[in-house]
Design a protein around this ligand. Sequence first.
Ligand code: UD1
Length: 417
Amino acid sequence: MQKLVIHGGKPLCGEISISGAKNAALPALCASLLTNDTLRLKNIPDLKDVTTMVSLLKQMGVTILTNDTSEMELSAAHLTNPIAPYEMVKTMRAAILVLGPLLAHKGEAIISLPGGCAIGLRPVDQHIKGLQAMGAEIIIEHGYIHAKAKKLVGTRIVMDIVTVTGTENLMMAACLASGLTRLENAAREPEIVDLAQCLIKMGAKIEGAGTDVITIQGVDALHGCMHDVMPDRIETGTFLTAVTASSGQIHLKGARADMLDAVIDKLLEAGAIINSEENWIHLTMNKPPKSVSLRTAPYPAFPTDMQAQFMTLNSVANGTAIITETIFENRFMHVQELRRMNAEITVEGNTAIVHGIPKLDGANVMATDLRASASLVIAGLVAQGETVIDRIYHLDRGYERIEQKLVHLGAKIARIN
Ligand code: UD1
């Protein structure tokens, strides 16, 4: 199993490019299931989750051509096997995103129930409830969702909870339903807007993506198009936080500040100096960070996917921070590992109290989920001495060439077997 070895204490300086967004690439790949034409996607990041999704689509019968590492052409014209097996869904919950498009276009989908995961229970009841409201017949047996519908019918769906992939699944399904679908209490994440833009280019009639009410007028068929996947706002936020914690300066090419307002506000509060234009962000940090309290919530509030990285920032900041996690019930697993590096963190329910100390101590730690891994990398970068991070396959699910990018910024980091 591979590990990362980091020798901390060096400021990070330099320029890197931000990759395409994992959470926008995965639904865009699934959008290929909505048409028999070819969907051409650009700016697809080279990540384990993308490879898993590509394998899943291929075993269903989707033809996928990769022109270079970041471009793909997908055709579902000869799809034969509308099944997402347990083995794939258990490693990547986003596989549930094939449910809506398969059902809408092929009339049937057999998808393994994702089950719980490290950060929480993560049910998919809202996906199922929405599709049932559109007329799907859904049976759950032997751990699989078996969904059938001759033709989905547009309707008004009020979601009980704000769900990102739930909104994406229902939005994709509604594109080929008959009549009008109105999704209320929809998630507003930029990745939903990116997916809507792709679907609109494919001929879908969608309004309101990016607000909490999305309306979709169903059409008979969608066609192919070319779509450039948006930059990864969580990768962007992770590098900005790493530099704020470790000092130095960074220029992020292809980064979008307008999608990161809540994170940038907190980094400014911590003492970072930030400039940005449409497609770059520059951050300078030349003093120890100040503690910043935060509460995660659906977009546009502070993202749960940045909570762990800010836990590390607060571990080495001046003052005490209170971090409240409201999205996932078990998303503090990095705390135990950070404590092994001497961080002073106490957890009560969904709240963590972090007393900043001047320096963390390098130690052997274990990655437990994707963003927890990122928090440990930042911890290693700011710690005294050597940090060894085990189970970094979690990191490879969502960060493209992270150690190469960090080496380019001057970090002492290496991957070992
Ligand atoms: C997406 C992101 C993930 C991010 C999360 C929250 C992708 C591929 N993943 O995950 O990186 O951390 O949004 O921003 O885009 N819930 C239910 N019933 C449902 C669906 C969700 O109760 O049917 C609950 C979940 O357990 C969780 C909350 O709703 O507590 C939000 O989950 P959701 O937005 O669905 O997360 P994902 O779409 O899985």
